[in-house]
Design a binder for this molecule. Sequence first.
Ligand code: PA5
Length: 369
Amino acid sequence: LEQAARVRADADAFVVIGIGGSNQASRAAVKALRPEGGPAILWAGNTISACEMARTLRELDGYQSIYIDCIAKNFETLEPGIAFRVLRQYLERRYGAEGAAKRIFATGTPGSTLHQLCLDQGYTFLTFPETIGGRYSVGSDVGLFPMAVAGVDIRALVQGMRDMRDTLLAAPAEENPALRYACLRRLLLEHGYRLEMLSFFEPRLDYFAKWWIQLFAESEGKEGKGLFPASVEFTADLHSMGQYIQEGKRLMFETVVRLGPSDRQLTVPADEADGDGLNFLAGKSLDFIRDRAMEGTLLAHTEGGVPNLIVETSGRTPADLGQLIYFFEYACGLSGYLLDVNPFDQPGVEAYKKNMFALLGKPGYEDRR
Ligand code: PA5
């Protein structure tokens, strides 16, 4: 919180460098909860696209005061590694080596190369807990520091996570929502369903859905097992994927994330002429109309042979998001164990890295060439 306040007070732009689980949760929370004001938040290190890097550098040229945070567990992943090198040098060109060092943060495992780099160069080092994989790291410096810089109330978010943890640890099995969700996923898999579609009716949850996909794909997709996690944003995707969900191959069930009431209310205005024939909606709030869309969709999809599960929050505050995050993390752990896989490793991710290292001539990978 102290470091984030320092950055927030001085920065015009803050670049979060990281890939996969290591940046997905903070991106999800910032997108869903970010209050107005504060520095622009940019995301880098999650691609090897020259266009993207050039675009980021161009955008940064327009800001006076820039800070960066490189998140990398063991600092062996190329995407954040390359972005960090490019952005470090960019900051050095703009602020000099000493000035840049004050603006550079890194979040890594103590004892890693990244840690050593911070010690050598005087960068601020934050801790990536050694025993936690990126996708479960939301409640550590990994997720919380970028959120705090963006102005998200991380105390409330962590409290939400704690509350959900207490609830899940205390609830008897039959009433335990995470265990029920994990068991339903397992039962549906046994009944031939192969894909779980997370749907949501609030566009700002798009990165939350990406984080959810990250969580379940990397935790369960191993040993030839696991549901294929995908997501859709409704109502927009009802006009594309909605067709497939309703009438395509029967292989999926749907998990709907429902948030509590919007913080802003808007009603459809009356129009005396009613030329568009919409007066039947006059005076009704968009939340009300959206809820009817939700019910109509649920009914149609269930009738079309797509079972629906609903995960609902009472509100849409940082605490609510914290609860939702902890709920899915906990359920994912349980669900992985029900599948008899280790939900906390990701051996499959290493395969592409090793081939790429060999193809790029990284020392130590000669035997794979
Ligand atoms: O959940 C995970 O552990 C992964 O998604 C990692 O976060 C991702 O592969 C990036 O790893 P690293 O932080 O080591 O670059």
